[in-house]
Ligand binder design. Sequence first.
Ligand code: F3S
Length: 642
Amino acid sequence: MGYNIAQKILLEHLVEGSLKPGEEIAIKIDQTLTQDATGTMAYLQLEAMGIDRVKTKRSVAYIDHNTLQTGFENADDHKFIATVAKKYGIYYSKAGNGICHQVNLERFAVPGDTLLGSDSHTPTAGGIGCLAIGAGGLDVAAAMAGYPYYLKMPYIVNVELKGKLKPWVTAKDVILELLRRLTVKGGVGKIFEYTGEGVKTLSVHERATIANMGAELGATTSIFPSDEVTYEFLKAQGRESDFRELKPDEDAKYDEKIVIDLSKLEPLVAMPHSPDNVHPISEVKGMKVDQVAIGSCTNSSFKDMMLVAKILRGRTVHPDVSLVISPGSRQVLTMMTESGILSDIISAGARILECTCGPCIGMGQAPGSGAVSVRTFNRNFKGRSGTADAQVILASPAVAAVTAINGVLSDPRESGEMPEVSEPKQYYINDNMIIPPAGEKEKVEVFYGPNIKPIPVASKVGDVIEGQVLIKVEDNITTDHIIPGTAKLLPLRSNIPALSEYCFSIIDKEFAKRAKSVDGGIIVGGENYGQGSSREHAALVPLYLGIKVVVAKSFARIHKDNLVNYGILPALFENGMDYEKIEEGDHLLLEDVKEGIKRGKGVLKNVTKRLEIPISFDLTKRQINLLLEGGLLNYIKKNLGE
Ligand code: F3S
């Protein structure tokens, strides 16, 4: 039987299990990446595992999220990560070197490798043929310590790309089209593998844009073939020795198939407040816009910047619009400088930000009250921009640049011919902002600033769990709702007690106070609870507040893993309608928990309403063990001790 690309890579890395969809498998991880907002916790956990050096082929710690330094916290945290990286054998990409996924593509991602990253957009590397998965920091720490990564074998969806994109239609529109068709839940438990003649028409960065936003579909990852386009890209990065060809066998099988005719697509935008609220630009154009932000790990390659610059050349940004641009990496920024396009952009009246996540993670450039912001990013959840009532619209760089000039949401097809842009034959290569680790014997002292507080300790799941429903939330609650990722809170990522004050604060300002007053309690959620980022703080903070169980209609993959890793029980309503039978403040009781999680079923008693609600537990054997042992860290420590 022939294999597809995802199966080939999985088979090469398989440690446990078979490739039967839905069954738990364990895979060996070649490379890891962390960013600074999740990195501090990941490295504290790595230290707690008691190893000498990382066991991966390569691990890289990036500083790209918390780069505003309005207090000592971020700078201290970066120094912690720098020293810990040096000590444990990890490369350290300094602040200003670029966004993790962009730099990873340029300098580290290898076709056919497995990559585990503590950032949900790690699948960006699928653009180069790397099997890249986003996970919580604790899972990434375990991979660095040499443990395999466990996941349910995903279903593999073949996305066949036919034809060629028309002028003004870009890779962003391909993934927005998939989001329009499948929604933010459409990719859960799936890998999207792209094939077809249309693939050859896309550069590695364009493929990466599509793979990047596969995360918004909820997909485990997305992957493209590694072909002559990949070879040319690697060669231009001085890394042709990293090339290997990857394509599906002629008789490869897939679990599902989707066909997209690239030539039929038109420019699309995702309207507030969800990446799947997708509309053709022709339907929504004309809306007045206050801010345009170009950048992020989705759309900040040199080719993206080149297109933007050519659109802006000789023109002026609309007087009512603030245009901010963050190049994806120092490589991109340097090439913008050397090619002269930076001056086109500056002359047009754009503001140049540093090569970091910046506005994407709410680090500056929060829009004004009720403002409309058009962004080339991947998420537009309410409040993520830093302004609760801002309207964020996701668009391609082409739509964004034309909109910045016109001052209204614009269809780029109405602005004449699309400028020609192509990938460079040679990229600027300078790795002097990537600090290599210390030699094996060199002594390194790890720096701990006062902002770094101990990690909350998970406990073994008890046989009886009871408590008050502290909050009942609706469908598609994101990790941003659970722990906001604003500039004010990001410096507290290594300080869980301080961060806990803001848990669910976007929805309910009293939540943390209430949780503390009753020493824990229960969270009730709707569908796709915990979608969005890999932010394990969305599990760590509830753990700190004493939450023992979250009952929901369904969970987003990474968040569910994070809950289990921290010893919090994720329970599912057997019948989604039963969600209506619980209200905030109700007293719930769950008995025989240990037996229940093994059986996969239980009965949740609503003591207040005198009702019994059937629930289920969709847990693998390993996840059950983790819950019984008090989470992943305790499990690893116990195994290391044996
Ligand atoms: Fe950074 Fe935004 Fe990507 S926070 S890693 S640019 S999703």
